[in-house]
Each structure stands twice: as structure tokens, then as C-alpha cells.
Design a protein around this ligand. Structure first.
Ligand code: ZN
Length: 332
């Protein structure tokens, strides 16, 4: 072998060796580089995960704290709504009724009493408007205690307490009369149709709950109210066509006046109002705001049940018509 050839072989060997080394080193280097970057990425991922968990925790904390603040707000809103609901009848709408009741007192000045009944028995009808309320059960308890039946001219309310009250009124033998579903003067007195729709809505609603069809009505503000935009005779006709009798009152307990009336005043108003009337329909209000009505009731019942030749009765279709505005036919 010549010197030249050996050198070439050696060069070749070195090249092969270099190539092998390179072939080994390059992947190893790559692996190391990738390995390092993988570790770094993993670390970053872990860091991100931790941050994510921390963020989620913070969000939960924030939500919880918002919830804590929201709950009282919701609670307060519900309370405000409840108060508004309870006093709805006693605010805007009832202001008109207060006015009407006061004016009805004037109307009653010239009011002619119905004929005396032949049997000489005096008949007294206690009526409670605007319920059910949180006082209805108390009123019913007192009536039960004195074994007296009365008449409730109710509104349309769908809360549990009211639904139970409608049922109890019927079950205990009282008359469930209607006093409009909404008691909103502007709505019910807008037209005959609006009036009839409201009345039938209440009539159907009460029938669904109690299984009894109410056929007794009291106009919000009485039949002599001046708020009705449509003539009262049209409304009276609409009721008569549907065989519904309407009743006003000839004795006011005075519990609807804006200024809180004392228990004593209510007792006196009722007893003086009944006087020697042969037929008396007494107006009370079944309203959460009318606590003194409830306070006065036992004493009134005590005195009335002591009266001789007097009966306390629920209103029926046969009850003598005490109406501030009489149907046209009667007037003619
Ligand atoms: Zn009313």
C-alpha cells in the first residue's frame, strides 16, 4: 500500500467517524434543546394553571361577595313590594274612595230608608271591603267567636293567604261578594266593557277557587261614585243582565278616612249609624292598614248581639236593596 493510499483511507475513516459522531451529536443536541424547552414550557404551563386556579378562586370570591350584597337588596325589594302591595288599596286608589265615602255620607243625608220589614225584625249586615288582607283571618276568628255571618266584598289577589281567605269565607258561611278585581278606578270605570271584563275576571277567579259563583257586587266607591267615566246606569244594567245584585251601605264605620280612626270612634259611628234603622248595611274595610276596625269589632258584636229583635245576616240576593243609585226602572 502506498503512502498516498493510506492517507486517503485515513481521511475517509475520519470522515466516516465524523459523520457518525455528527449523526449522534445532532439528535442529542436537539433532544437536549427540546428537553430544556419542554421543561420550560411545562413550568410555564404550571404557572398558568396556578394563575388560572387563583383567578377562578377570585371570581368565586367576588361572586360570593356580590351574592351577599345582592341578597339583602333582593330581600329589601321584596319587602318594599310587599308593603306596596299591602297598601296599594290604601294609597292612590283609596284616596278616591275616601273622597267618595265622604261624599256618600252627604248622599246618605237625603237617603230614604227601605220599608220596615213586616216581621218587625231589624236586620243588620256587616260588610268588609277591599280584602283579603292579613286581617281577614282575625276578622273571621272574631265573627266565628260571636257566631255571626258577614259579607266580604273582595278584590282579586293571588297570594296564598288570600286564596286561603276566599275559601275560608265561603266555608264558614259568609257571603263572598265582589268589589272588582283590580280596584283601579281608571281601568274599571273606563267603559262598560272594561267594567264587565274586570268583574267577570274576578267572578271566574273566585269560582275556580271556591266552586261558588258570586252574584253580589259592590261598586268601588259605591254606586254613587263620581269617578266613573261611563254612566253608572250602563254598569248597573250590565250587572242586572248577569243576575248580579249590587249593594251600597247606609252606615259607615268611618274606618276609611285618611286619618287613623280610633276604636272608640268606629264603635260610636257604627252604633249611632245603625240607630233605629230597620235595615242596616254597615261599611267596614278589611285592610292591613285598618287595625282599629279589628280592635272595634268585638265590642260592636257584643252590643249588636245584645240588641232585641235584631239579626246579623250575610247579604244574599234577597236582601233589601240598599243602593245609593237605584236602577232606572225603579226610578221611573
Ligand atoms: Zn274599595
Amino acid at each position: 500500500m502506498s503512502e498516498e493510499r493510506r492517507k486517503r483511507i485515513n481521511r475517509l475513516k475520519k470522515m466516516i467517524l465524523g459523520t457518525i459522531v455528527a449523526l449522534i451529536l445532532i439528535p442529542v443536541c436537539c433532544a437536549v434543546v427540546f428537553g430544556v424547552s419542554l421543561v420550560k414550557t411545562k413550568q410555564q404551563l404550571l404557572l398558568l394553571q396556578e394563575q388560572l386556579i387563583a383567578s377562578e378562586k377570585r371570581v368565586e370570591e367576588l361572586e360570593a361577595s356580590v351574592g351577599e350584597h345582592m341578597e339583602p337588596v333582593e330581600e329589601q325589594t321584596a319587602q318594599v313590594d310587599a308593603v306596596k302591595e299591602a297598601f296599594a288599596v290604601d294609597t292612590e286608589e283609596n284616596l278616591q274612595e275616601l273622597y267618595d265615602t265622604a261624599r256618600n255620607e252627604e248622599v246618605l243625608e237625603g237617603y230614604t230608608e227601605p220599608e220596615q220589614t213586616e216581621d218587625g225584625i231589624r236586620r243588620i249586615y256587616l260588610t268588609f271591603d277591599d280584602g283579603p288582607s292579613r286581617e281577614t283571618d282575625v276578622i273571621l276568628d272574631i265573627l266565628k267567636q260571636y257566631n255571626v255571618k258577614a259579607t266580604f266584598f273582595v278584590l282579586g289577589k293571588d297570594d296564598e293567604v288570600s286564596v286561603a281567605a276566599y275559601k275560608r269565607i265561603v266555608e264558614e258561611g259568609h257571603t263572598l261578594g265582589m268589589h272588582s278585581y283590580s280596584h283601579r278606578y281608571r281601568e274599571i270605570y273606563a267603559s262598560v266593557d272594561a267594567f264587565v271584563n274586570d268583574m267577570e275576571r274576578l267572578q271566574n277567579y273566585l269560582y275556580e277557587i271556591t266552586g261558588e259563583k258570586s252574584e253580589i257586587y259592590r261598586f268601588p266607591g259605591g254606586s254613587s261614585n263620581r269617578v266613573s267615566r261611563t254612566g253608572i246606569y250602563g254598569l248597573i244594567d250590565a250587572l242586572e243582565e248577569r243576575n248580579i245584585a249590587y249593594y251600597d251601605w247606609n252606615v259607615s264605620s268611618g274606618d276609611a278616612t285618611g286619618i287613623p280612626t280610633s276604636k272608640e270612634d268606629i264603635v260610636n259611628n257604627v252604633m249611632r249609624g245603625i240607630g233605629d234603622k230597620k235595615n242596616a248595611i254597615v261599611l267596614f274595610h278589611d285592610s292591613t292598614a285598618k287595625k282599629s276596625t279589628v280592635d272595634a269589632l268585638p265590642e260592636i258584636l257584643e252590643r249588636l248581639t245584645d240588641m232585641e229583635n235584631a239579626e246579623i245576616l250575610p247579604i244574599t240576593q234577597d236582601t233589601v236593596k240598599i243602593q245609593h243609585v237605584e236602577p232606572k226602572e225603579v226610578l221611573q
